[in-house]
Ligand binder design. Structure first.
Ligand code: MG
Length: 201
């Protein structure tokens, strides 16, 4: 399986990163070795500025290529919550030199995910999600603020990349990204319900 991540999909996050709001989706990959389904995350020693990015995650349920936007909803059946961990210091250096970001984004365990629910159980255009760190709210997002909807993202990415059953799409983070440190306890919520817990060790 592969993990596809959408960058800058919320205008306020693009702004806080001092990036332009994109006119077409920006995507990158994390390998399957990034996936973390456990509750313990070990802070890597190659970064001093590891940032949380809480994101809604789509689970692809059917193989598809060149998917039309109007049919995109048939290609994912579950939604969950994940963290797109980013070594911001390494990313800044890559950006400076116009190099790819993988070192900062695709390392082992950089993609924790929590539970998934059937998409029918949610009003897709009106999902609220939140990340708390040590009980304090750090990021709140709403799917209605997505620049590129779930269906647009699937249509766009599948022009270039065949989507396969079990692939995950991280759909972008809202504003409020920030550093985590050893000892932090992260908890992610969808519409107020706990979906993801992570201890930084
Ligand atoms: Mg992200």
């Amino acid at each position: 399986m592969k993990i596809i991540c959408i960058g800058r999909n919320y205008a306020e996050h693009a702004k806080e990163m001092k990036s332009d709001v994109p006119t077409e989706p920006v995507f990158f990959f994390k390998p399957d070795t990034s996936l973390l389904k456990e509750e313990d995350f070990y802070y890597p020693d190659f970064t001093k500025d590891l940032h949380h990015e809480i994101e809604l995650v789509l689970k692809i349920s059917k193989v598809g290529k060149n998917i039309e936007e109007q049919f995109a909803h048939k290609y994912y059946d579950e939604i969950g919550l994940g963290i797109d961990f980013t070594a911001r210091d390494l990313q800044a250096k890559c950006k400076e030199k116009s190099l790819p970001w993988e070192k900062a984004k695709a390392f082992d365990n950089a993609a924790p995910v929590g539970k998934f629910v059937k998409k029918e159980s949610l009003d897709l255009g009106n999902i609220q999600f939140e990340l708390k760190v040590n009980g304090v709210s750090k990021q709140i997002g709403h799917s209605k603020d997505l620049i590129f909807s779930f269906d647009k993202v699937i249509a766009y990415v599948s022009q270039f990349v065949t989507l396969k059953t079990g692939d995950l799409i991280y759909t972008g983070t809202p504003e409020g990204v920030g550093a985590v440190k050893i000892g932090d306890k992260l908890e992610g919520f969808v519409n107020g319900e706990s979906f993801l817990k992570l201890n930084i060790k």
